[in-house]
Design a protein. Structure first.
Length: 666
């Protein structure tokens, strides 16, 4: 028998291996937790021994999951999405549960005609329907964020349904334990359970917010991080214990604790502090779920497992697609919404565990149902991967709609040349667009937020709906004719996709990428970014300039210091490029920049950069852009090639001599 320490180390090692594997495969960590749980469980390698102690600890993962859901409970957000949440979302959950009850009754009737007993009551069907109605917020949210689909039309519908599913867990946590009562006492138990829940929630929510704000303010004034975190744990687990004492579930109390804190000004700090507990304990919960999977039993009952996997997935896909169409979505949008929500979810496991504890699910069905839910979640990344092919095959109108969207982009860009393609039209993209308009430089912006696109286009902005990480959108925006591409949002995976597409199909077009800090600079430059602008560094430079000015440093010196820092980081900012209005006597005494592109006839092509003797003439090579579009650091040993562009820095006279030397024919 393994000791408690050995079991804990095994679980931690399994969690690390699972998360690392999923990170490498760019999959949500939840899939790794489930997979390693199956692997180390008593029905596979049997490495875990008795997981009772860890399983008890893992229950707190659900407590913190419900706490985070309560923390994110947002009335303004609900109001803005009420049609999707309370229309589409509620219809999906209610109809799935009704279909489970109807299907159970139909199956019982068919077996009765054959002289066999089914033995699953309507109470069990309600509990099972509630579990199957759930989809995975963790998996779907992660995959949609990676694909930049959260603000798309189907993305908003998916998030609306997921939000209602999260809310629907609260009454189901009250309903399922009551369903486990005897048939005679069922109505009485249901009434008592909902009455207790209503009284407790009213008491907590009416006066609780005021008390919570007062208490947290008192704690914060002590200026102790340890005390603040201890109080978070005390409040969360204390309210969970209170609801359990009232005969309800631990998770319900945690949800209320999150709701109370969400109304205080400490919400964001709490989110940061509670996240490590939430992630680790929830990971342990999913490992214990995977451990419950009995592989030999699954193999013995594989037809039933496949049926329980396929039927709910196909049913949810068909139901959600039909409901999305009913609520005004186009065929393609409706199908994508259905595909993305067809799997089981983490709350399904919670409800299934609760139903099993109340003996609502026969032992013979527990393993097949659990296995079917795990398999549907493991299949989700593949549904996402092939969603476009599936939708295109099933809906010709979606192909037409995508063609219309590409045509709209192409029509806007068809007469545009030497323009800038702005990927993302948020604040940074809009500020860039204003500067380009001021300088009379053409641009076309691609954005995935339909509301923003509609409003900006109505205001006369050159913005269209399109995904910059797709080749069709970039090509329609005139990538081959563009002067530059700017990725204005900070999403490294998406920026890498854009860079790959540009380098593959338009290698000479420079790409400027925005990022949060300098952690991904080398990765982005290696992928072909001409320049990477770290937001944190630019913010720190502005912060430093204001601080220096306020403590008495002369403004001219402040500007010189900040410019020196930028010169050290951005090669193309070491000086400035000459313009028609720069020929004043004062400007002629300052260094400037000059770009020189080497023609096929240049004598410089026969030697290396160091052999050109430019430094001796008072000229510095700031950067070198290859004909392929890649920007490299200048090196004396580099051999020059046709189409290379050298960015030179120096005074006007030496620059003119250097240009003449570089362009001289052999």
């Amino acid at each position: 028998m393994a000791s408690s320490l050995e079991q804990t180390l095994l679980f931690l090692l399994a969690a690390v291996v699972g998360v690392v594997a999923c990170r490498l495969a760019r999959l949500p960590p939840i899939l790794g937790y489930l997979a390693v749980g199956v692997l180390i469980g008593p029905n596979a390698l049997a490495l875990s021994g008795n997981p009772t102690g860890v399983a008890y600890l893992a229950e707190f993962g659900i407590v913190f999951l419900m706490f985070v859901i309560g923390l994110e409970f947002n009335l303004p957000k609900l109001r803005s999405m009420r049609k999707l949440v309370f229309g589409l979302g509620s219809s999906q959950v209610i109809l799935t549960m009704l279909a489970a009850v109807a299907g159970n009754a139909l199956l019982a009737w068919a077996l009765a005609l054959a002289g066999r007993s089914w033995g699953l009551g309507w109470q069990s069907a309600v509990a099972l329907g509630g579990a199957l109605a759930m989809s995975s917020t963790a998996i779907v949210g992660k995959l949609m964020a990676d694909r930049l689909e959260l603000e798309s039309e189907h993305g908003r519908r998916v998030m609306g349904v997921l939000l209602f599913q999260d809310l629907a867990v609260v009454p189901l946590l009250v309903l399922i334990p009551a369903l486990g009562s005897s048939p005679e006492a069922l109505l009485r138990e249901l009434a008592i359970a909902f009455l207790k829940a209503a009284v407790l929630l009213t008491l907590l929510l009416v006066g609780g917010q005021r008390i919570m704000r007062w208490w947290l303010t008192l704690v914060v004034r002590r200026k102790s991080e340890e005390l603040f975190i201890l109080n978070l744990l005390l409040v969360t687990l204390g309210l969970a214990w209170l609801t359990e004492l009232a005969g309800l579930s631990l998770a319900l109390g945690a949800f209320v604790a999150g709701m109370l804190i969400a109304e205080t000004e400490y919400k964001h700090q709490v989110e940061t502090d509670i996240r490590p507990f939430h992630d680790v304990l929830l990971g342990l919960f999913f490992i214990t779920v995977g451990m419950k999977l009995d592989a030999p039993a699954v193999l013995q009952q594989w037809p039933l497992v496949l049926a329980l996997t396929a039927l709910p997935v196909f049913f949810k896909f068909a139901l959600i697609t039909a409901l999305a169409r009913l609520f005004g979505a186009g065929p393609g949008v409706a199908m994508r919404t259905g595909l993305y929500l067809a799997q089981a979810g983490e709350f399904g496991f919670v409800l299934l565990t609760l139903a099993t504890a109340r003996h609502l699910l026969p032992e013979a069905l527990q393993t097949p149902v659990l296995a079917s839910m795990v398999l549907s979640m493991l299949a989700t990344p593949f549904l996402f991967m092939y969603s476009n092919r599936i939708v295109m095959r099933l809906s010709t109108s979606d192909w037409l709609l995508q063609s219309v969207a590409m045509t709209t982009i192409a029509r806007r860009a068809i007469n545009t040349e030497a323009h800038v393609i702005i990927c993302g039209f948020g604040r940074s993209g809009q500020n860039l667009a204003r500067l380009l308009e001021h300088e009379k430089i053409a641009y076309i912006a691609l954005d995935l937020d339909p509301d923003r696109v509609r409003q900006a286009a109505a205001a006369g902005q050159s913005v269209v709906f399109g995904d910059a990480a797709r080749l069709q959108s970039l090509a329609a925006a005139g990538l081959a004719r563009a002067n530059a591409v700017v990725v204005s949002y900070h999403d490294t995976p998406s920026a890498l996709k854009v860079l790959h597409l540009v380098r593959t199909h338009a290698p000479t077009v420079p790409v400027i990428v925005r990022t949060l800090d300098d952690s991904d600079i080398e990765r982005l430059r290696g992928a072909g970014a001409t320049e990477v602008v770290p937001e944190a560094i630019e913010g720190s430079l502005m912060l430093a300039s204001h601080a220096l000015a306020l403590v008495g440093v002369p403004m001219r010196r402040v500007l010189r210091l900040v410019q020196a820092q930028r010169d050290a980081r951005y090669g193309l900012l070491r000086g400035y490029f000459h313009g028609a209005d720069d020929d004043t006597p004062d400007e002629l005494q300052h260094a400037r920049l000059l770009s020189v592109t080497l023609p096929p006839t240049s004598a410089s092509l026969k030697g290396t950069l160091g052999e050109q003797g430019l430094p001796a003439g008072g000229v510095t090579v700031v950067s070198l852009r290859r004909a392929s579009g890649a920007v490299v650091e200048p090196d004396d040993a580099m051999r020059l090639a046709t189409g290379d562009t050298l960015v030179l820095s120096g005074l006007p006279g030496p620059l003119a001599l250097a240009e003449e030397k570089l362009l001289q024919s052999s």
